[in-house]
Design a protein around this ligand. Structure first.
Ligand code: CP
Ligand code: NVA
Length: 301
């Protein structure tokens, strides 16, 4: 695997390869077995948006693997002053072994990979969040034993999380249903692909989408970069929430996932969040293990 730009680029076998290696790395970490598979390698981490989980898990992940991670805020890089991504890619390729980037436009990530000569990992764009969904799939397998055949229901904004969950879920044989307002649907091409390649539905009806779900997933109503729309979105998304009624519609043993950060009483009630905190924080932990697997797959030569 050269890059991780979006899940659509990966085969089912490649995704399972990452998840299996993540399980192995999690085991090694828990048992204090050294796993310095990237001894002496360097990763540049470009951030144009805030982050807690992605930054800390990639940084400690590189440390665990025997490598070194550089935090590169776009406020300090010349890219923040207009240096083209094409040039940044060619320069950083001379210094580093890999780049992780969190930014707005997916095209920027693709360009970085095109012009650079080192692996590029997408740490979130407005379009998708592949690392998060790999951690989600890992967590679902831990709780449910298998991934295929489970029903995944996503409630809320048809955003980067929705896009990646649809692709990851459908590729691994999940039944995916999305509940969102008509004007906030996931990417049209992704929905078309999902309908043609698996069991996918999209509705405005939250309870209908949640019926018999094995996994209930939600994310913030206003993503990074949409802060100015936050008040309007609170009105539009009212009701697109994981709450008691939604849990009632799902299977009795349904798990709850949230990529975090969470806004209690908006997309999820505080009560349901705390009741399912174990699953949600296992999911957050799994970012570390799954990204280490991605790093090994992309950077180990
Ligand atoms: N879920 C996630 O990507 O969290 P951060 O924004 O804190 O990295
Ligand atoms: N949709 C959210 C995900 C955060 C991890 C955002 O883009 O802000």
């Amino acid at each position: 695997m050269k890059h991780l730009l979006k899940l659509m680029d990966l085969s089912k076998e490649e995704i399972y390869g990452i998840l299996n290696m993540a399980d192995q790395l999690k085991y090694e970490k828990k048992h204090n077995i050294p796993h310095r598979r990237l001894e002496g390698k360097t990763l540049g981490m470009i951030f144009q948006k805030s982050s807690t989980r992605t930054r800390v898990s990639f940084e400690t992940g590189m440390y665990d693997l025997g490598g070194y991670a550089l935090f590169l805020s776009s406020h300090d890089l010349q890219i923040g002053r207009g240096e083209p991504v094409e040039d940044t890619a060619r320069v950083l390729s001379r210094y580093l072994d890999g780049i992780m980037i969190r930014t707005y436009r997916q095209e920027e990530v693709e360009k970085l990979a095109e012009y650079g000569s080192i692996p590029v990992i997408n740490g979130l764009t407005d379009y998708c969040h592949p690392c998060q969904v790999l951690a989600d799939l890992m967590t679902i397998r831990e709780y449910k034993g298998t991934i295929s055949g489970n029903k995944l229901t996503y409630i809320g904004d048809g955003n980067n999380m929705a896009n990646s969950l649809i692709v990851g879920g459908i590729k691994l044989g999940m039944n995916v249903s999305v509940a969102c307002p008509e004007a906030y649907r996931p990417d049209a091409d992704i929905m078309k692909w999902a309908s043609e390649n698996g069991n996918f539905t999209c509705t405005e009806n939250v309870l209908e989408a949640a019926e018999n779900a094995d996994v209930l997933y939600t994310d913030v109503w206003a993503s990074m970069g949409q802060e100015a729309e936050a008040d309007d979105r609170k009105l539009v998304f009212k009701g697109y929430q994981i709450n008691d009624a939604v849990m009632e519609a799902a299977k009795k043993d349904a798990i709850v996932q949230h990529c975090l950060p969470a806004h209690r009483e908006e997309e999820i009630t505080a009560k349901i969040f705390e009741k399912h905190a174990a699953e949600i924080f296992d999911e957050a932990e799994n970012r570390l293990h799954v990204q280490k697997a991605v790093l090994v797959k992309c950077l180990a030569s």
